[in-house]
Write a protein that binds this ligand. Structure first.
Ligand SMILES: *Cc1c(COP(=O)(O)O)cnc(C)c1O
Length: 351
């Protein structure tokens, strides 16, 4: 552990103002945050301080050139008050992969891991225990350095904030297969968790919402032929008994939930295929009845079942099954995350 993390504790905890039985997702924040500065060519030791607003120069490059990347993860508390993370080193590594693509200096791994663990120990009481709830963790890095010159900034901030959150249950979603807009392109930044990727998704998603859908299914930017992601989640499609998801690429984000689902499904002898999947194949499967399930996979919702999809003006309903891969895999993964089941994969990480 790095032992030079300075801690400034809050003088007035807000914890008694929070109704832990009625938590939304990511809308109230714990007492403390971790802040780490990059200046003079290096990252300086992290500090923990009371959660508070930031002061930034109007010319800070984040505002103009969008140099910002983030992560999303969760901490859980079990019945014995042990605190657990899920594959946290993968988030740390991915943050640096994203940073590299955005010309942001990579962060020392110890600052991320030790900083996060120190923060979680300090704000342990903020980790909710109700079924489905967790402490949502948002690590992010952005350009705080000044100047209108269109070049990478010379100063950055790495911050971790946490938010006690209820389950991210959105119900079953009806989705629209996108034929015009793209989330990402070959050679682009789609594989990075860059803030701007989300900004670019909002407008097409609003258009889909106006047509009665809740989410967009992203297709490849070239011909909109291949199914790629579901909103800000990876997508899984079940045809007959086979679970299919696209291969990661420049355009598809390497989700930790995605890869965990692939491993879990394989260990349960569910046939899994990681391959490109065309819109035509999915439409044909819907028509001939072999399309059984579609679901999104990501940290926030874990698994988000899709009830219907729209394509070229026609809606296709998915069947209502007695037992689904979506429910089964969601339970398996959350049982491992919350220490309710054995973890043969070594994914759980004790804080
Ligand atoms: C974060 C994200 C995911 C899911 O990644 P997890 O590691 O499973 O949370 C999938 N797609 C996109 C575009 C994302 O930003």
């Amino acid at each position: 552990m790095i032992n030079d993390i300075e801690i400034i504790k809050t003088k007035s905890s807000k914890i008694n103002e929070v109704d832990f039985d009625d938590l939304k997702f990511g809308s109230v924040f714990s007492d403390h945050m971790l802040v780490c500065d990059y200046k003079d060519g290096k990252w300086h030791a992290p500090k923990i301080m009371p959660y508070q607003p930031l002061t930034l120069d109007p010319s800070a490059k984040i505002f103009h050139y969008g140099q910002s990347v983030f992560e999303g993860m969760k901490a859980y508390k079990d019945a014995d008050e042990n605190v657990w993370l899920f594959r946290p080193e993968d988030n740390c590594n991915r943050l640096n992969i994203s940073s590299k693509r955005l010309s942001i200096p990579e962060l020392p791994k110890a600052y991320f891991m030790d900083g996060l663990i120190t923060l979680l120990k300090l704000d342990k009481d903020w980790i909710p225990t109700n079924e489905g709830s967790s402490l949502y963790i948002r690590p992010f890095v952005f350009a705080s350095g000044q100047g209108f010159h269109a070049s990478p900034a010379d100063e950055y901030k790495f911050i971790i904030c946490t938010a006690p959150s209820g389950s991210y249950f959105s119900g079953e979603v009806k989705v629209l297969i996108e034929e015009k807009y793209s989330r990402s392109a070959n050679g682009g930044v789609g594989f990075a968790k860059a803030g701007g990727n989300y900004a670019g998704q909002f407008y097409p998603t609003q258009l889909a919402k106006a047509k009665g859908y809740q989410q967009v299914i992203w297709t490849d930017d070239h011909k909109h032929e291949y199914i790629e992601e579901a909103g800000a989640m990876n997508i899984f499609i079940r045809i007959n008994d086979t679970l299919i998801t696209g291969p990661t690429s420049d355009r598809i984000l390497d989700g930790i939930t995605r890869k965990s689902i692939i491993e879990l499904a394989e260990s349960e002898n569910i046939p899994v295929e990681v391959r490109k999947i065309t819109v035509t194949e999915v439409v044909d499967a819907a028509k001939n009845g072999s399309l059984k399930e579609m679901f999104g996979a990501g940290t926030a919702a874990v698994v988000s079942p899709i009830s219907a999809f729209g394509y070229k003006g026609t809606d296709y309903d998915l069947p209502k099954l007695e037992s689904t891969y979506a429910d089964f895999l969601k339970k398996r993964i959350t049982d491992i995350q919350t220490n309710k089941a054995e973890d043969p994969f070594g994914w759980r990480y004790k804080v």
